[in-house]
Design a protein around this ligand. Structure first.
Ligand code: TPP
Ligand code: MG
Length: 737
């Protein structure tokens, strides 16, 4: 660990007047730094004017943060290193090569805006060729992804063959250009207030644990909107709080001084490039333009304080510095500023003429335009399951067995797959495995058993107990072209990852206008009927995720479907939530022979589990065997013929099979394990009522859990979750309607 501290007040005065190279920057670079800083400030000024004229719709300034941004941009390499900036990083982006014109295109929301095609607010940077990764608005949600990006780069360095695209494949790898550099660095920035977010601490921990080549840059302007740093950060100094993290190089610097900032960034980058670990740059900056145009800081900051900040304005300070050091004279400054003004005028005029995106484009890139998960590419037969020559039938495998086998097959086939999560490894202390002292765990349900043993601990490993980190890191890795297949141990504990799933994973392709994508697979153990699982080991809640555009959701009910759908999930190009019902893992219902290493089922294709003519039951997951039991009883006892549909995949879902069945039976019952109200079946029922109204001879009915929680006592659990008898009665009543 190394720490360098520059006193904010002394940095500029200490500059060596006569040297030609100032703190590592040549005279030309200093002039370039000033040009970039001045350009950045003037773009803000222009945007503010345009906003007041209602020609753009939002403005967020980088004012006061220009020096640290330019310093980082000059110390790092666009298209080589990777960047997860935040909204104050205008000067960084300019230094990396973003054109002012592109920034104005963002403001007007133009179709040609290269960062999002008019989908994202300005100052939400995304420039794939420069490795500036698409940015969202939640403060701090980029940090864990940056960690994953750094991990992804390192993994690719250790597994160069993973980048290959073997001939004849038809999977996601065809559409991912994968590259890495041995000494690459990932940059991630955030404000002082954002360092209060839990994800920041999860990211610091993961970076320290992995000794990753990542620079955290906290741009500390002393405020988070109106909340001052001493109310935000215990003791008022983030540097002090993080100083205990091992393996880090620390810098605390006057971020309004480009020379000191550049030197700090150079040291930080060198430390990372040498593979010594992560770096932390704490830059003290100012915020002269209020938080945003919607904020008036005079409401909470007195003039005296604002005046004090103004003394440290990086643009004027750098201008003074150039004059004082004789690098530019008045005339030179004037000329440079005039050139910038002229360039910006042209850029603004052009941007104001740019065309907006067409309204009919709004659905583009919600999902991959390259791989259709419903297509016949994913419709491959199971390997033959006929009896072998000795007359023995192939063994019937459980869902747990076949998920494990599918993961193993796919890991053999595709070196980009990494598996991590809580307890998924066989044994983190590898020597125990090597010495055969232990057998290994492989997940609390043993679904990943044996995989670390077979593929090594850089492909299968335990993560810290931090769900946001699991999904956030996976998202960053997938952005680099890897295929993380991560596990959330229980659906009940997926919620810390919700920000990453809702605001990042599912939105990245759309919001970057197909500039970036992150086809992660999240396997989640879900559901009840456990006898003793209680409220926090039994939850469903799939409709919360099917409600998210951009995310595929599948929910198999048997071993064979689990194998076929998981393989599709891994090979496709969209993020997938793969829901595995715990009760079905080792159930005797739905066991199947191993279907071979190529078996796939397309998403959005339901299965008719039991054909019938009198009534359609639409369901999925653990309700399938229960509904089948009820349907068979109803047929036996009442002669009612039920058509039972297992949806298997929930988004997309198979409307055609539902419509064809209801056209035949004229009656529909939707059954699901989750609570009744606002559940998945509500949407299916609404669609049937809307689009098949003319075909119906009876109201659309639902059977689901009671609108409460799943209780521990089995008598209560039975009363809460839909049972075969509830399904039987509902079917009977609907058939008689
Ligand atoms: C998760 C989240 N909570 C709240 C907000 C609203 N918000 C936007 S910026 C901001 C303050 C951020 O302050 P800081 O991290 O210090 O960055 P600064 O704007 O000062 O550069 C807040 C509260 C948000 N965007 N995301
Ligand atoms: Mg701040």
């Amino acid at each position: 660990m190394a720490t360098t501290k520059t006193d904010p007040k002394l940095a500029l005065a200490n500059g060596t007047r006569k040297s030609k190279v100032q703190g590592g920057l040549s005279r030309e670079q200093l002039i370039q730094a000033y040009r970039l800083m001045y350009t950045s400030r003037r773009i803000d000024d222009r945007e503010i004017l345009l906003k007041r004229q209602q020609k753009i719709y939002f403005q967020m300034s980088g004012a006061g943060h220009e020096a640290i941004g330019v310093a980082a941009g000059l110390a790092l390499k666009p298209g080589y290193d990777w960047f997860y900036p935040y909204y104050r990083d205008r000067a960084l982006c300019l230094a990396l090569g973003v054109q002012p014109y592109h920034m104005f295109l963002q403001g007007v929301g133009a179709a040609d805006d290269p960062s999002s095609g008019g989908r994202q607010m300005p100052s939400h940077w995304s420039y794939p060729s420069l490795h500036i990764v698409t940015q969202s608005s939640p403060t701090g949600s980029q940090i864990l992804q940056a960690v994953g990006c750094a991990e992804g780069g390192r993994y690719l360095g250790h597994h160069p063959k993973a980048a290959d695209v073997p001939a004849g494949i038809t999977d996601y790898r065809l559409f991912k250009n994968v590259s890495s550099q041995n000494d690459e660095v990932t940059y991630v920035s955030l404000g002082d207030g954002t360092s209060s977010e839990g994800e920041f601490w999860e990211a610091m921990n993961a970076a320290a644990l992995g000794k990753l080549p990542i620079i955290f840059c906290v741009q500390d302007n002393g405020y988070a909107i109106s909340v001052p740093v001493e109310v935000q950060t215990a003791g008022g100094s983030i540097s002090r709080l993080v100083s205990g993290f091992p393996n880090f190089h620390f810098e605390e610097v006057d971020g309004t001084d480009p020379v000191a900032s550049y030197a700090a960034f150079q040291r930080a980058a060198r430390y990372c490039r040498e593979g010594l670990g992560p770096a932390f740059v704490h830059a003290h900056v100012i915020r002269p333009y209020s938080h945003s145009l919607s904020d008036d800081e005079r409401l909470y900051r007195p003039e005296s304080e604002r005046e004090r900040d103004a003394q440290r304005d990086p643009v004027t300070r750098t201008q003074m510095y150039l004059l004082r050091e004789g690098i530019l004279d008045d005339k030179g400054i004037n000329q440079l500023e005039k050139e910038v003004e002229a360039e910006l005028q042209v850029a603004v005029d052009r941007a104001l003429e740019a065309l907006p995106p067409p309204p009919e484009s709004v659905m583009n890139f919600v999902y991959s335009p390259d791989i259709d998960v419903t297509s016949s590419t994913f419709d491959t037969p199971a390997a033959t399951t006929e009896s072998s020559s000795d007359g023995k039938k192939p063994a019937a495998k459980t869902m747990a067995d076949l998920i494990n086998a599918t993961l193993r097959d796919e890991m053999k086939r595709d070196e980009r797959i990494v598996i991590f999560g809580e307890d998924v490894a066989d044994c983190s202390r590898e020597e125990y495995l090597r010495q055969k002292l232990v057998k290994g765990k492989g997940g609390v349900f043993k679904l990943t058993f044996g995989l670390q043993n077979e593929f090594g601990n850089d492909r299968v490993f335990n993560s810290p107990l931090a769900e946001a980190a699991i999904v956030g890191r996976a998202t960053g890795m997938a952005t680099r072209g890897l295929k993380p297949v991560v596990e959330i141990q229980f659906f009940d504990y997926i919620w810390p990852a919700m920000m990453q799933i809702r605001d990042e994973l599912s939105t990245i392709r759309w919001r970057s206008n197909n500039g970036f994508s992150c086809p992660v697979v999240i396997r989640v153990a879900i559901g009840g009927y456990l006898t003793g699982g209680a409220i926090y080991h039994s939850q469903c809640g799939e409709s919360i995720f099917t409600h998210l555009p951009g995310l595929r959701v599948v929910f198999p009910s048997n071993a064979l479907d689990a194998a076929g759908l998981l393989r599709t999930a891994i090979r496709c190009d969209d993020p997938v939530l793969f829901l595995e019902h715990k009760r079905l893992y080792r159930e005797s219902y739905g066991r199947a022979a191993y279907p071979g290493p190529e078996y796939m089922i397309p998403f959005g294709k339901a299965k008719i589990v039991h054909p019938g003519t009198d009534l359609t039951v639409i369901t999925y997951g653990a309700v399938v065997p229960r509904a089948l039991q009820a349907a068979q009883k109803l047929e036996r006892e009442q002669g009612v013929s039920v058509e039972l549909i297992d949806l298997r995949s929930l988004n997309p879902f198979d409307w055609d099979t539902i419509a064809a069945s209801v056209a035949k039976t004229n009656r529909a019952l939707v059954a699901y394990e989750d609570t009744l109200s606002w559940g998945y079946g509500g949407e299916i029922a609404a669609r049937i009522a809307d689009q098949l109204f003319d075909q119906l001879d009876a109201p659309v009915r639902r059977v689901a859990a009671k609108d409460t929680f799943v209780a521990y006592q089995p008598i209560l659990e039975d009363a809460i979750l839909p049972q075969p008898n509830d399904l039987y009665l509902a079917m009977k009543e609907l058939a008689q309607y």
